[in-house]
Ligand binder design. Structure first.
Ligand code: DX5
Ligand code: ZN
Length: 219
């Protein structure tokens, strides 16, 4: 089994001191830094873009796991690659040609992820699975932190893990939204190996990042 990785979402961090928050995540041994990019169009919320990512990169060597909730996404891929994203995840609904967006991300030597909304079926990404590094399964409707985990996605994770094993594919299975200390085990048992977490990492145990990251990883 692959080692479980935790990708804390800075959506729940203190936006007035983001550089310091990245440093704290590094100290707390986060595996990745999850950056939620929202455009107020593909999702009903707005966050940050390439200049902020570029500025934050100086604060840590931890890979930046950039989740693009923007549409149309294709013309902005270059900006995120140059800003320093290490993994670029897009939603297939947000591009006219998924293959060409995958190719573009790879051209910049970045890892490629495809994300599935809670109501999106595996079928829409099946033909790309041998060509990507990661599938990001949304366990809430994208747009906001602090929402409730949707247990119905557990079946989708299991199904995806089965397809992955049967075809001996190497992509990571990452789950995003509402992950807490009670459902993390269910998500891992279903087959996920990367857990995104904003609220739990930043708010539980009075914001003890190290403890929260370790607990999510181990339990
Ligand atoms: C939702 C984002 C998630 C979210 C996770 O659109 O993609 O990354 O911030 O935050 P929590 O853990 O609070 O659900
Ligand atoms: Zn996300």
């Amino acid at each position: 089994m692959k080692k479980i990785k935790i990708s804390p979402s800075i959506l729940s961090a203190d936006f007035s001191i983001l550089g310091n928050e990245i440093r704290r995540l590094q100290k707390a041994k986060a595996d990745l830094i999850h950056v939620d990019v929202m455009d107020g169009h593909f999702v009903p919320n707005l966050t940050i873009g390439p200049p902020v990512i570029k500025a934050l990169k100086k604060y840590s060597k931890i890979p930046f796991d950039v989740h693009l909730m923007i549409s149309p996404v294709h013309k902005y891929i270059k900006d995120y690659a140059l800003a320093g994203a290490d993994i670029i995840t897009i939603h297939p609904e947000a591009t006219k040609n998924v293959n060409s967006s995958i190719r573009l991300i790879k051209k910049f030597k970045k890892k490629v992820g495809l994300s599935l909304n809670p109501n999106s079926k595996i079928d829409i990404i099946k033909k790309y699975l041998s060509n990507i590094d990661l599938v990001l399964i949304m366990s809430v409707h994208p747009g906001f932190g602090g929402q409730k985990f949707m247990p119905k996605v557990l079946n989708k994770i299991k199904k995806l893990k089965k397809i992955k094993d049967e075809n001996k594919l190497g992509f990571d299975i990452e789950v995003d939204g509402g992950i807490n200390f009670l459902n993390s085990k269910l998500v891992k048992d279903a087959g996920a190996n990367i857990l995104v977490s904003g609220t739990t990492v930043f708010k539980e145990n009075n914001g003890d990042l190290k403890k929260n990251i370790e607990t999510l990883r181990l339990f």
